[in-house]
Design a protein around this ligand. Structure first.
Ligand SMILES: *Cc1c(COP(=O)(O)O)cnc(C)c1O
Length: 226
């Protein structure tokens, strides 16, 4: 073989650039968060070797098992929490993550406010919005979003910089992505975390500033997750 096959990371990166250009957006304004949940460090290292530095995990314990050693070998890693966070794991989460994307209820927001003050942390927080109002999904209902953002940002003084959503499966995600963008716009929030392997190109058309991609980078997960 004379030419090297493009890696999954190359391909996803190219798709992000193409989608941004089609939407008339600056490709650099879109961050790829590589979702490495369930994958062992041996599978993650090749992405780090190719230069990827921003990753997402959905469990505190799994992040604690995998990332401290990887961080020693690869400076500049930023880790995003993308799964449900229990209040009693907040202290540990502050030591592991740069961004908590799943601030989804007052009790958790209050715990982050109290413990981050104790720890002198100003961890970035995104508010998770339950755009489809699905009972099985975490997140703040859209009509309660503005009040919850005020609580988190103005009352509790959290470093709220964005919103995150997981639209209902099997539906056109566009109206949900647009709804997230509207909420962010009227609340002056910069970051919009939306889009996964199946719909990140659509999310970029709808204004995503970060996309959370797992399967398209690592292949299918053999372990079932939420
Ligand atoms: C697993 C997960 C993803 C990645 O999903 P893929 O379809 O594998 O790209 C994105 N966001 C969240 C919150 C996840 O839990």
């Amino acid at each position: 073989m004379t030419s090297k096959q493009p890696s999954n990371l190359d391909q996803v990166g190219q798709n992000i650039r193409d989608s941004a250009e089609r939407a008339g957006r600056d490709p650099h304004a879109i961050t790829l968060v590589a979702i490495s949940k369930t994958h062992p460090v041996a599978v993650i290292r090749p992405l780090l070797d190719q230069g990827q530095r921003i990753f997402g995990e959905n469990k505190v314990q799994e992040a604690a098992d995998k990332w401290p050693s990887l961080r020693e070998d690869y400076p500049g890693v930023a880790l995003h929490m993308v799964g449900p966070l229990q209040s009693n794991k907040v202290r540990q989460a502050l030591s592991l993550f740069e961004v908590i994307e799943t601030v989804d209820r007052p009790k958790l927001a209050r715990a982050i406010a109290r413990i981050s003050a104790e720890e002198n942390s100003s961890i970035q927080c995104y508010i998770q919005i339950n755009v489809g109002r699905e009972s099985q999904k975490a997140g703040i209902d859209p009509e309660e979003a503005d009040a919850f953002i005020v609580l988190c940002r103005d009352v509790l003084k959290l470093n709220v910089t964005g919103l995150m959503c997981l639209p209902p499966a099997g539906q056109d995600p566009r109206p949900y992505f647009s709804q997230l963008k509207d909420i962010a716009g009227r609340n002056d929030l910069e970051h919009l975390s939306m889009g996964m392997s199946g719909d990140y190109q659509i999310a970029i058309q709808c204004g995503a500033t970060s996309v959370r991609v797992g399967t398209a980078l690592f292949g299918a997960r053999t372990v079932k997750t939420v």
